[in-house]
Design a binder for this molecule. Sequence first.
Ligand SMILES: [Zn+2]
Length: 164
Amino acid sequence: MPNPGDCSICEDPRALDINEALIIERRSLRATACQFNVGREALRRHRNHAPELLVQASRNLKLQQQETLIHRLEEITTETRAILREAREADEPDNRLALMAIQRLERQLEFEAELLEVIKRKPIINVLIAPALEQALGEILYDYPEVHQDVVRAIDRVRLEIDA
Ligand SMILES: [Zn+2]
């Protein structure tokens, strides 16, 4: 794992914006590279060490900034839920849109699981999957039992690892 000092993206003055696009919004390497005019390979390396960086950063962040980050994640979840609800409740349900929304939620959950994985290796216990978020996911995925099961399993796996 490279040190932040070796990473051109970490040192980029637009690092915060790049992180928002790449990590929180989970844009593709290609789209992000294009948007910020940086190398895809540098972005890929940066993304690989991003969970570690985020945890490190969260230790140094003031509480308010941590809350902002969590709030932003929750905001994205809320937005995605709204999209999903609209797609499902429209007169002509838009399955493609619903699937995209679910995939986005899955990626977010995956990212939270990655974060938990990093935190687990450190002597810090933090709860990143808030009960409200878990419940929301359950409600959203009620109509998609297979996806729901995968999500529940992923959460349980992370929990078991934390408790171990
Ligand atoms: Zn980096």
